[in-house]
Design a protein. Structure first.
Length: 117
């Protein structure tokens, strides 16, 4: 039987307060160029592999930032990823747990995660 809704994640929207600041922060952390277009004055589509990420300043409020990781970024070497985030002065909110993942905050306080793939 065909289903009209696919079992795929297309895009995750992240609420951010300042679209240009958030674009620069995420691109720096992910090693991405910042030359993409900011759409409609409030959206920035990060060029990702797999599911997409859209930064959106129109949906931002302090009440709707992620208070838990809604997804995770992959890392082949979790220790290297942790040291990298330390060197970038990212606010880490956990150490490496179970030799597999750690949590951190973005520049708006959204809780995010990196997991060993």
């Amino acid at each position: 039987m065909n289903h009209p809704i696919l079992n795929e994640i297309g895009t995750v929207f992240i609420p951010v307060s300042d679209i240009e600041k958030a674009r620069d922060w995420y691109c720096e952390i992910l090693g991405l160029p910042t030359d993409g277009e900011i759409l409609f004055g409030h959206l920035y589509v990060l060029p990702m592999k797999g599911a997409g990420i859209v930064l959106d300043s129109k949906i931002f409020s302090e009440d709707n930032t992620f208070s838990f990781p809604a997804f995770h970024f992959n890392a082949e070497d979790i220790n290297e990823a942790y040291r990298y985030m330390e060197s970038k002065k990212v606010e880490l909110i956990s150490g490496i747990e179970h030799h597999h993942y750690f949590r951190f905050k973005d520049s708006d306080g959204n809780h995010l995660m990196v997991c060993k793939c």
